[in-house]
Design a protein around this ligand. Structure first.
Ligand code: NAD
Ligand code: IPM
Ligand code: MN
Length: 354
């Protein structure tokens, strides 16, 4: 028998609503197997900062680090909540976790499940994965302001790209491409304008391509990539890109594959020195928080990515199959509540209607 030891960070807004369903589903997927789950919940996020002034203390970070993997909901204050400095929780909790736990690969798969409504008239067979760099780029806070508040103010936000950081993500993307049937890798950047970082990415892809002769490689500028994401998303197999382009592209990818409520992600620590973290691509959705209508599927599919990461592929595949079936059954059902979606998926996993 095995016991998996997870940290759970439900967060703010719809985070706790969707994580509650993901936890039920995760437990149901292991029901009757010889694997148990222990969960340690951490109360962190905007609400926690308002109560305690803590974003993420050193002690809490070390405690989180001691678990095998992390399930994360979403964080972020409601707009107009002027008590919380903009982006504070995102940077000092979410990004701090990604950076401190060296989550260099932000893995964001997109599949259009049969029967899912896509806003595209002819979406085609969409099945790609974005390998988004997770610890560098313009996210590192490398910038500053001088002459603030004057008409001569200068604000910079410098994108940091290291040879090591780019190479490990590019190699991971090639490995994923080599393991997929179509074996195709697309680098997305903007090296016509961002010459310094763009050329580092391009040279790195060219160099590592030599190790993977079976993978075909192409390149798109990010602006053109958004065209193809809408006009022909089925062309993509594995996309590798930097932190900011990957952020933007994966919300778009979610939208074309049936909605952001289905988009899952994993923040992967590649060398196993710290736990990886799994979370929906979406945020705290203050506009629907508390209404019980958030789609928990993205959080549930993130729990499946977590199980894959821990080698529990059979349980992960059971969840993916149950979500796929649930998504197909949606047509004509009208809007269901967060817990009704959870009930349906748990019911499918336990072989009964709950
Ligand atoms: P968002 O993803 O929270 O919401 C965008 C839109 O998608 C909203 O209309 C929302 O209702 C809808 N939506 C999101 N998830 C949904 C779901 N599961 N089911 C149905 N509809 C869903 O993005 P935003 O509005 O830009 O950000 C809100 C807050 O969340 C901000 O504070 C932002 O910084 C934060 N954020 C956090 C994370 C994270 O914790 N990983 C990710 C993105 C944004
Ligand atoms: C995401 C979010 C985060 C990001 C924010 C909240 C820091 O948008 O996970 O996609 O930009 O990475
Ligand atoms: Mn995002």
């Amino acid at each position: 028998t095995r016991n998996i030891d997870l940290a759970v960070i439900p967060g703010d807004g719809i985070g706790p609503e969707v994580v509650a369903q993901a936890v039920r589903v995760l437990e149901a997927s292991l029901h009757g197997s010889d694997t148990g789950v222990s969960l340690t919940e951490y109360s962190l996020g905007a609400h926690h900062w308002l109560e305690t002034g803590e974003t993420l203390s050193a002690e809490t970070l070390e405690s989180i680090r001691s678990h095998e993997a992390i399930l994360f909901g979403a964080v972020g204050a409601a707009p107009g909540d002027t008590r919380i400095p903009s982006g504070l929780i995102e940077r000092e909790l979410l990004l701090k976790l990604r950076f401190s736990l060296d989550h260099c690969v932000n893995l964001r798969p997109s599949r259009l499940y049969p029967g899912t409504g896509s806003p595209l008239a002819e979406p085609g067979d969409i099945d790609f994965v974005v390998v988004r760099e997770g610890t560098e780029g313009p996210y590192v806070g490398n910038g500053g302001v001088i002459r603030q508040g004057t008409e001569h103010e200068i604000a910079t936000e410098v994108s940091l790209n290291t040879a090591h950081g780019v190479a490990r993500v590019v190699r991971d993307a090639f490995e994923r491409a080599a393991a997929r049937p179509r074996k195709k890798l697309t680098l997305v950047h903007k090296h016509n304008v961002l010459v310094h970082a763009g050329h580092l990415w391009r040279r790195t892809v060219d160099a590592i391509a030599a190790e993977f002769p079976e993978v075909s490689v192409d390149y798109l500028h990010v602006d053109a990539a958004t065209i193809f994401m809408v006009s022909d998303p089925a062309r993509f197999d594995v996309i590798v890109t930097d932190n900011l382009f990957g952020d933007i592209l994966t919300d778009l990818a979610g939208a074309v594959t049936g909605g952001i409520g289905l988009a899952a992600s994993g923040n992967i620590n590649l060398d196993g020195t710290a736990p990886s973290m799994f979370e929906p691509v979406h945020g705290s959705a203050p506009d629907i928080a508390g209404k019980g209508i958030a789609d928990p599927s993205a959080a549930i599919l993130s729990a499946a990515l977590l199980l894959h990461h821990l080698g529990l592929d059979a349980a992960a595949e059971r969840i993916e199959a149950a979500v796929e079936q649930d998504v197909q059954s949606r047509a004509g059902q009208g809007q269901r509540s967060t817990s009704e979606v959870g009930d349906a998926i748990v019911g499918a996993l336990l072989g009964a209607t709950v």
